[in-house]
Ligand binder design. Structure first.
Ligand code: SF4
Length: 469
């Protein structure tokens, strides 16, 4: 019987099994940012400890970055303190930092892959839930909390529970106007936001095989929204082609040797899985969330759920979500007016995402009462998009073109919803208060659907607009 990638990578990085049943796992790459590290570094100082492997640790600034005005000091005193602490900690402990004046700065889950730091067969940890993104490369990557950040800084190891593996086979051809974001929203809708607890999700099938690395990252990014701490795709020629020539990827002969090892880490054809699920890609519509978690979604041609048609135990949750959102059960989601359109976040802020949104926007105008912004995931994405003239397309349409950062994905920087504003967002979370206003409302969708909503001023089926490329 063969082994899954998860098992192979896990075994290769196991230091020992702990009496608790956990594994002490060596962490190959530790990515850090300003929010979850200050206390961890403080503890290292108190204990007189060094960072065990500064050459396996890389820092960037993303969550608190004001994407409109990058000048220092930041107006927000707390944000300035966090940024200054990250700079001081990286300097004192010898950790490379891609700061605001560095061309390599950006959202941690965008720059890791972009720089070639993220590679197949690695274990990767970061103090952010969406670290699962890096699994797109065949890495075992997971989010950790601040105390675990301290553990990894001090020891490069982590005590972690073993995971089972669920293979999710996605087969068939996606309809035009349907993207990786729609696929992962459909998976989470089908399996539930808790369905992946205790599992790593292995994404497979011919639909995934044909996807670009950007698309695979979108899929793996939202694994955690389905409860799976880890999500991955087996490495293949698409993975290797993406990595070749990246600044931190091996070169020449070392790259060829690495490829041999990376291939060997992929799941064996006869690997056994703890669970398997099949998804028909051709049946997926452009998808929109309507509620308070990413599993509460529907196809754009669908109607909102009516609580009374559900089993008794589900009714209160559905009723609460509808009430918070101000929606009437049974109404169509299409036609829902929006106030804000946000293209960005580690789920969908890469060059291909911006291109898809620009195809919709080109030659059109943002609806008069809509505030629309595009926030590239990194400096590099920003520069590449500007070279293609995407910034001009967005600006001409009435979008704001911002500097790289997490921006409106979460309320930790000046980009926040106001009051009950409703935001069409390409990000990954739609909880109450996620975008900075306790009463603000979020509809998750693909970047193309966000662009279409910005133009129409309401939720609209992107397939009815057509692109202008
Ligand atoms: S973009 Fe959003 S989900 Fe991604 S790292 Fe930033 S805050 Fe977290």
């Amino acid at each position: 019987m063969g082994a899954t990638l998860l098992r192979k990578v896990w075994d290769a990085h196991t230091v020992r099994r702990l009496p608790t049943g956990q594994t002490q796992l060596f962490v190959g790459l530790h990515l850090i940012h300003e929010v979850t590290t200050p206390q961890a570094f403080d503890e290292l100082r108190r204990q007189g400890w060094a960072v065990r492997f500064p050459n396996r640790t890389f820092g960037t600034a993303d969550h608190i970055v004001p994407t409109r005005e990058l000048g220092r000091p930041f107006r927000d005193v707390m944000a300035e303190q966090m940024m200054a602490a990250l700079e001081r900690n990286c300097r004192d402990f010898g950790v490379p930092l891609f700061g605001l004046d560095d061309e390599r700065q950006g959202i941690v889950h965008v720059i890791g892959p972009e720089l070639g730091l993220t590679q197949p067969g690695m274990t990767i940890a970061c103090g952010d839930s969406h670290t699962s993104t890096h699994g797109a490369f065949g890495a075992v990557a997971f989010g950790i909390g601040t105390s675990q950040v301290r553990d990894v800084l001090a020891s490069q190891c982590l005590a972690i529970e073993p995971l089972e593996v669920r293979r999710i086979r996605v087969s068939g051809t996606l309809q035009s106007g349907v993207f990786a974001k729609d696929v992962i929203l459909e998976i989470i809708r089908r399996l539930g936001v808790q369905g992946g607890v205790g599992f790593a999700y292995e994404y497979a099938g011919d639909t995934i095989d044909r996807m670009s690395m950007d698309e695979r990252m979108t899929i793996c990014n939202m694994s955690i929204e389905g409860g799976a701490r880890v999500g991955y795709v087996n490495p293949d020629e698409t993975t290797f082609a993406y990595l070749e020539g990246r600044p931190f990827a091996p070169t020449a002969e070392a790259f060829e040797r690495a490829k041999t090892w990376w291939r060997a880490m992929a799941s064996d054809p006869d690997a056994a899985y703890d669970d398997e699920v099949a998804i028909d890609a051709g049946a997926i519509e452009p998808t929109v969330t309507w509620g308070l978690n990413p599993g509460q979604s529907l196809g754009v041609t669908g109607r909102l759920p009516e609580a009374h048609t559900f089993p008794a135990d589900q009714r209160p949750g559905i009723a609460e979500a509808l009430e918070f959102m101000g929606f009437a059960g049974g109404a169509p989601i299409a036609g829902t007016p929006i106030d804000v359109a946000f293209v960005g976040s580690c789920t969908n802020s890469r060059l291909s995402d911006l291109r898809e949104a620009a195809r919709i926007v080109r030659g059109r105008k943002v609806a008069p009462r809509v505030t629309a912004l595009v926030v590239p995931g990194s400096h590099a994405v920003s520069r590449a998009a500007e070279r293609e003239g995407l910034d001009t397309i967005f600006r001409d349409a009435g979008f704001e073109w911002r500097a790289a950062g997490c921006s409106m994905c979460l309320g930790m920087n000046p980009d926040k919803l106001q009051g009950r504003q409703l935001c069409a967002s390409s990000s990954n979370r739609n909880f109450k208060g996620r975008q900075g206003s306790p009463t603000g409302r979020t509809l998750l969708m693909s970047p193309a659907m966000v662009a279409a909503a910005a133009i129409a001023g309401e939720v609209v089926d992107v397939r009815t607009l057509g692109d202008r490329s």
